[in-house]
Design a protein around this ligand. Structure first.
Ligand code: BG6
Length: 797
C-alpha cells in the first residue's frame, strides 16, 4: 500500500460516516462491496449506479455498508474518477429529492477508491475492512467482490481473494463474474475448474445481464401468478412457436478485437437468449422462490434441448464488418472475416411439453431497429362466422393470440408484458407493474396496442441494479451456475464447430437489409427465404436454366445400379423403400426392414421422417443390420442414430422396434449372454422364413458390409443368422446379421456415398465372389433382388 497513513484516516472517516448512517436499531451486520475494475466502462455506466440503488433500497434497514472501488489506476487518478462518478449518480423518480440527496451524501462518504494490485494490497484491504468493522462495533455479514475486469485477470484476483480476503467465520463471500465465460465447452470447463479451485459454487455469481432485465425477470413470476390460465395453454398443444429476439442497430466497430473472437452466437445466443429460452421452456417449480429448485428445473430444460445441426442456423455479416476488422486489427487487404454478426437458429425441445414447437432465436448487429422480446404465439383453431370488421379484441377467438415479454426499446420504448385480450386478463403484482396508458396508432406484432392487456414496470430499473440487489439477497437463480453454463456450452459448441468455416450472407445494414435476412423453417432446417440473392436481380444474358438433375441407371456387379447427386439419390432410395413397404404391407400385412448404422443412412432417415407421410409405419418392423457393443443410449450406438434421426419423428409401434440385444445383464456382448442367438430367435419367430422384405447395407472403404469385416471368422458363411464380430476400429466389438441371413432377404439395397468410397467401388466392381477378402462381394440374395445406390462421387469419382 502506498499511503498507509492516508488509509488509516480514510478508514476512520468511513467509520464515522458509517456510524452516522446507522440508525438506532440493531443491525444484522456489515457488508463490504469491493468493485474491481471500478474505473472501467461498465462500472462507470452501470455498476456505481446499481450500488447506489442498493444503498437507496437497503439504507436504514438491517445492514450497514461500505463500498470500495478498486482498480490498477493510481490512487490519485482513481480517487478523482470515483469522485466524478459519485457526483453524477442520479436519483430515481420514486425517491423524494431531499431524501435522495441525503442518501447520496451518505453513499459518497461510504465509498472510497483504492489501488489494488499486489497480494499485499489485498491483505491490506482485508485488514482495513476488519479494522472498520471493529471500530464501528459491528459484526461482519459478508463481502461482495464484483469482477468488472477482463477474464485473463480472473485467476490472479481469485487467488488473492481466496488467500487473504475471505471474511471471518459466519460471514459470507460472494464473487460476481462477468462474461465471457469461455469460448466453447472446453474453455468454459477450464475456466470453471480454475475458479472452482478458489471459490465454492455457492460463492460464485455469474452475471447474465438479461436475467436482470425487468421483462425477463418477470417470466417466472408471471407464469407462477397465472398458473391457472396458463396450465392449459403452455404446451405444444397450444403454442405455435416461440420467438426470442434481440435486434440491434449498432455494429461492432470499436470492439472488433473482441467480436472477431466471439461472433453473435457466442456473444448473445449462447448466453442471453438461451437463458430466456430456459425460463420459457422449463417446468415451473411449485415454489419459484426457491433458488435451488428454479436452477434444477432450468438444468432439466437444458437437457431436453435437441442437438443442433448445421442446417439449424442461418448466418449473416454486415458488409462493413471485414473492413472494420482490417482497420482495427491491421489486417491485410485480402483479409475477409467469417465471423457472423447475425444469426437465426431453430431450436427444438425433446420433451412432452414442447415436442414439435419451434423456438426461434435471433440476434444481429446493424439491423433496422433496436428491440428485444420473447413472443409466444398460440395456435388458432377457431373459425369466426361474423365479418372480421365485427371482431372484438377481447371476444374474437380469430384474432391472433400471443403473450409477449417485451424486453425493451423498439416501438414501445420500455419493458412491458403484453397478453392478447382474447386470451385472459393476466395478474401482475400491482406494486411493481401498472397498466400501460393508451397509445393510439401504435401497433405491435401486427395488432393495435389496444388489443393487448399491457403492463409496464411502475419503476423502470436497469438490469444491473436488479442484479446487484439479487446478489445482495443471495438469489442464485438470477445467475448462471457452473452446471448451467456447461450445459449451455455443451448445447452450442457442436453447432459452432460445424459452422466454423461457413460463409455468412453479407447484408448492407439498417433498413436497406430489406428481406435479405428473412428466414423460414421446415422440419429441423432453417434457410434464408431468398435462396440466392444474386440471382434475384435479373442480369444481362439468358435466365439460368434449372439444372436437369438426372438419375442414372446402369449395372454394377451385374445388378441394377442407381446413381445421382446425393440429394436425388437419397430421395430415390426413400421413394423405393416406401414403395417396397406399401407393397409388402398390401401383400403380407407387415413390412420387415433391417437398417444399417453409420453416417450414410442419416440423410435417408431424415428424408423418410420428413417427406414420407404415406409410409406404413404402423405395420413396419424395424430391425438392426448391425450394432456396436455399447449401451443403446450411447451416442456411438446405431440404435441411438436411428432413434435420433427417425424413430422419434415417426409412429412405429414400440413392439415393432427390435434393437439388437448387445447390453444384457449389465455387460456388453458377452458370449454367455447369448444375445446373438436371442436376436436370431426373434427374427425366426417374427419374420417369415427369416427373409426380410428389405435390408439396407452400406460398404466400407475396406469392403466390409454390416459388421462383417475382411477375414471375419464368423458370419460370412455357415448356419448362424446373427454373430458377434470384431471391427478393426473402435468400438471393436460388434453384433451383425450374417451374410447367409442377409442373402435370404427379398430385397437388398446397398447405399454408397462420397468420394472416399471411390477406390473400393472400383475395386469391388472387378472382383468376383470373395467374401473373405471383401465381405460386400458375398452379398447376393438367393432369390431376392440386389440394387446398388451410389452417388456420383462414389461411382464416378
Ligand atoms: C452484450 C453483448 O452482452 O449485450 C453486446 O456483448 C450487446 O454485443 C449487448 O450489444 C446488448 O445488451 P443490451 O442491454 O443493450 O440489450
Amino acid at each position: 500500500m502506498k499511503h498507509p497513513g492516508c488509509w488509516k484516516m480514510l478508514t476512520v472517516a468511513m467509520c464515522m460516516a458509517l456510524l452516522g448512517c446507522l440508525q438506532a436499531q440493531e443491525l444484522r451486520g456489515h457488508v463490504s462491496v469491493i468493485l474491481l475494475g471500478a474505473t472501467g466502462d461498465l462500472a462507470r455506466k452501470y455498476l456505481w449506479q446499481g450500488l447506489f440503488q442498493l444503498y437507496l433500497d437497503e439504507a436504514g434497514k438491517d445492514y450497514s455498508f461500505s463500498f470500495h472501488g478498486a482498480a490498477l489506476t493510481s490512487t490519485k487518478q482513481g480517487q478523482a474518477f470515483i469522485a466524478k462518478v459519485l457526483e453524477s449518480l442520479s436519483c430515481p423518480e420514486d425517491v423524494a429529492p431531499d431524501r435522495c440527496a441525503e442518501l447520496k451524501g451518505q453513499f459518497q462518504r461510504l465509498s472510497a477508491y483504492r489501488h489494488l494490485a499486489t497480494s499485499k494490497d489485498y491483505m491490506a484491504l482485508s485488514k482495513d475492512i476488519e479494522a472498520q468493522i471493529q471500530h464501528g462495533g459491528l459484526r461482519e455479514a459478508g463481502r461482495i467482490f464484483y469482477f468488472s475486469v477482463p477474464p485473463f485477470a480472473y485467476a490472479d484476483i481469485a487467488r488473492n481473494i481466496n488467500s487473504s480476503c475471505r471474511p471471518g467465520p459466519g460471514a459470507w463471500l460472494r464473487v460476481v463474474l462477468e462474461k465471457p465465460f469461455g469460448h466453447d465447452h472446453l474453455s468454459a470447463q477450464q475456466l470453471a475448474t480454475e475458479l472452482g479451485g478458489f471459490f465454492r459454487e455457492e460463492e460464485m455469481y455469474r452475471v447474465d445481464h438479461y436475467l436482470g432485465k425487468q421483462a425477463v425477470a418477470q417470466i417466472l413470476p408471471f407464469r407462477d401468478q397465472n398458473r391457472k390460465a396458463l396450465d392449459g395453454l403452455w404446451s405444444r398443444h397450444h403454442v405455435e412457436r416461440v420467438e426470442i429476439i434481440m435486434k440491434e442497430t449498432v455494429d461492432a466497430e470499436g470492439r472488433t478485437s473482441f467480436y472477431e473472437e466471439y461472433g453473435v452466437i457466442r456473444d448473445v445466443l449462447q448466453n442471453h437468449l438461451t437463458e430466456v429460452l430456459t425460463l420459457v421452456a422449463m417446468e415451473l417449480p411449485h415454489n419459484i422462490s426457491s433458488s435451488e429448485s428454479v436452477l434444477q428445473h432450468k438444468l432439466r430444460a437444458f437437457r431436453a434441448l435437441r442437438g443442433l445441426q448445421k442446417g439449424s442456423a442461418v448466418l449473416g455479416q454486415y458488409q462493413a464488418y471485414s473492413e472494420q476488422v482490417r482497420r482495427e486489427q491491421q489486417k491485410p487487404d485480402s483479409f475477409r472475416s467469417l465471423t457472423p454478426t447475425f444469426a437465426g437458429v431453430l431450436v427444438h425441445m425433446d420433451n412432452l411439453r414442447w415436442e414439435g414447437v419451434p423456438f426461434i432465436l435471433m440476434s444481429g448487429k446493424a439491423l433496422d431497429e433496436r428491440v428485444g422480446y420473447v413472443r409466444i404465439l398460440f395456435r388458432n383453431q377457431a373459425y369466426c362466422v361474423q365479418n372480421d370488421e365485427r371482431w372484438v379484441a377481447d371476444q374474437s377467438q380469430c384474432l391472433p393470440r400471443q403473450i409477449v415479454f417485451y424486453i425493451g426499446h423498439g416501438e414501445l420504448g420500455s419493458p412491458a408484458v403484453l397478453v392478447s385480450r382474447n386470451l385472459f386478463r393476466p395478474s401482475l403484482p400491482s406494486e411493481s407493474w401498472k397498466e400501460l396508458g393508451a397509445r393510439p396508432g401504435l401497433r405491435l406484432f401486427g395488432r393495435p396496442l389496444s388489443d393487448f392487456y399491457a403492463y409496464r414496470p411502475v419503476r423502470e430499473q436497469d438490469a444491473y441494479s436488479v442484479l446487484i440487489s439479487r446478489i445482495f439477497h443471495g438469489r442464485k437463480d438470477s445467475f448462471v451456475t457452473t452446471e448451467n453454463l456447461l450445459a449451455s456450452w455443451g448445447f452450442w459448441t457442436p453447432l459452432l464447430d460445424s459452422l466454423a468455416h461457413e460463409v455468412p450472407r453479407l447484408y448492407p445494414g439498417g433498413a436497406e437489409n430489406g428481406h435479405l435476412l428473412d428466414f423460414e423453417f421446415g422440419g429441423a432446417q432453417l434457410c434464408f427465404s431468398q435462396r440466392q440473392p444474386e440471382r434475384l436481380v435479373p442480369g444481362p444474358g439468358p435466365a439460368p436454366m434449372p439444372s436437369g438433375f438426372q438419375v442414372l441407371k446402369a449395372k454394377y456387379r451385374e445388378s441394377p445400379l442407381i446413381s445421382a447427386w446425393p440429394e436425388e439419390l437419397i430421395a430415390k432410395l426413400a421413394d423405393d423403400i416406401e414403395a417396397t413397404a406399401v407393397r409388402a404391407v398390401r401383400r403380407f400385412g407387415t413390412f420387415h426392414l433391417a437398417l444399417s448404422g453409420g453416417s450414410s443412412p442419416v440423410p435417408l432417415f431424415q428424408q423418410l421422417a420428413t417427406r414420407h407421410y404415406g409410409f406404413p409405419w404402423a405395420h413396419t418392423h424395424l430391425w438392426l443390420v448391425d450394432e456396436r457393443c455399447v449401451p443403446l443410449w450411447d451416442p456411438e450406438s446405431n440404435f441411438q442414430h436411428l432413434q435420433t434421426h427417425l424413430l422419434q419423428h415417426v409412429r412405429v409401434p414400440y413392439y415393432n422396434i427390435h434393437p439388437m440385444p448387445v447390453h444384457l445383464h449389465q455387460r456388453l456382448c458377452a458370449e454367455e449372454d447369448q444375445g446373438a442367438q436371442t436376436y436370431a430367435s426373434e427374427i425366426s419367430a417374427l419374420v417369415a422364413n427369416s427373409s426380410f422384405d428389405l435390408v439396407l447395407l452400406g460398404m466400407g472403404a475396406d469392403g466390409h458390409t454390416a459388421s462383417l469385416f475382411p477375414q471375419s471368422p464368423s458370419g460370412l458363411d455357415g448356419e448362424q443368422l446373427v454373430v458377434l464380430t470384431e471391427s478393426p476400429s473402435r468400438p471393436f466389438q460388434r453384433m451383425s446379421l450374417s451374410l447367409p441371413l442377409i442373402n435370404r432377404a427379398r430385397k437388398v439395397a446397398v447405399l454408397v456415398m462420397g468420394r472416399v468410397k471411390r477406390e473400393i467401388t472400383m475395386l469391388v466392381s472387378r472382383v468376383g465372389h470373395e467374401p473373405k477378402k471383401w465381405p460386400i462381394s458375398g452379398v447376393l440374395p438367393s432369390s431376392g433382388q440386389l440394387v446398388w445406390y451410389m452417388d456420383y462421387e462414389a461411382f464416378l469419382g
